[in-house]
Design a protein around this ligand. Structure first.
Ligand SMILES: [Zn+2]
Ligand SMILES: [Zn+2]
Ligand SMILES: [Zn+2]
Length: 299
């Protein structure tokens, strides 16, 4: 079940390794186990390329997003059952503080695999966002602190999220292209070759993210009024259907990666399903809203 690094050199879509197939299988199995009467939906499958100094990726992380429709009733299977199903399958589960009232969040970890378990407010949607360890194609590097989709912020352009100077790869006094002597990076003189741009955090500072948002004509900060300004769309009968559509849309900056959160409320005769998230490319606040048929019992 560990990653099978292939030795292809082309820049095309990476071959799906055994680790990714394993993860997808486990996610589907656990989703089916906690909620026997609902069919889990694979809303999205994608990869995070991992780079060093060159634009060509040195490896990929494989990610899957599964959604299970809830019916809004507190007595029906939901977040707690999902978390228990991961624990029963041998995953180490940690509950996380919820972002908004009514939300639930946890992480489940197992041998380098990680899953974010989430239930939106209104109990209409449970999602699993699962990812593999990074699978390298040639040189076997350590696991990065995070990748495009899993960073709590926007990856630093300079170090691609590694947090270290990529010239010496953070090894003070030992790296450099010749293998000897000090790296040119300023950080190397003072100790570990941390990335100077992000000061070793691997993600942009607030000021840099603000610059990126402005560059794409996006509001500089969250106005707090995304609900009021979001047009309401029709055309979906369930939150998982709407989720599958939302995850394919891109931000004005071109990035699709976003951890989507969901709120479902009763609005007149119908349900209003809102998706909100922070763009992983520029940290803009994104939002979509859909009407769903009333009181639909998931099948
Ligand atoms: Zn950096
Ligand atoms: Zn350096
Ligand atoms: Zn963006």
């Amino acid at each position: 079940m560990s990653g099978t690094a292939d030795d292809r050199h082309d820049g095309g879509a990476p071959e799906v390794p055994g680790s990714a197939a394993w993860l997808k299988g486990r996610l589907l199995e656990i989703a089916a186990a906690f909620s026997a009467d609902r069919v889990p939906v694979t809303a999205h499958e994608w990869t995070d390329p991992v780079r060093l100094r060159d634009p060509a990726p040195v490896g990929h992380r494989f990610l899957f997003l599964l959604g299970v429709d809830g019916d809004g009733h507190s007595s029906s299977p939901g977040f707690d059952d999902a978390v228990n199903a991961f624990a029963a399958a041998g995953w180490a589960v940690r509950r996380r503080p919820p972002g908004l009232p009514g939300e639930s969040c946890a992480t489940a970890a197992h041998e380098g695999f990680e899953v974010r378990v989430y239930e939106g407010s209104g109990r209409r949607l449970v999602t699993f966002t699962g990812w593999t360890p990074v699978v390298y194609t040639e040189r076997q590097l350590p696991q990065p602190p995070f990748t495009l989709s899993t960073a709590d912020g926007v990856l630093c352009d300079d170090c691609q999220g590694w947090g270290v100077c990529l010239e010496c790869e953070g090894r003070a006094y030992s790296g450099g292209r010749g293998g000897y002597g000090r790296c040119w990076c300023a950080a190397n003189n003072a100790g570990p070759g941390r990335c100077v741009e992000c000061r070793g955090r691997g993600v942009f500072t607030a000021a840099e993210m603000s610059w990126r948002r402005r560059r794409y004509g996006l509001p500089d900060a969250d106005s707090g009024d995304t609900a009021g300004r979001t047009p309401v769309e029709d055309g979906h009968v369930s939150s998982t259907g709407a989720l599958a559509a939302v995850v394919r849309r891109t931000c004005a900056c071109g990035e699709f990666r976003c951890f989507w959160r969901n709120t479902v409320v009763q609005a007149d005769e119908r349900l209003l399903s809102r998706f909100v998230g922070t763009c992983q490319g520029c940290a803009a606040q994104r939002a979509y809203a859909f009407t769903l048929p009333p009181g639909r019992e998931a099948t």
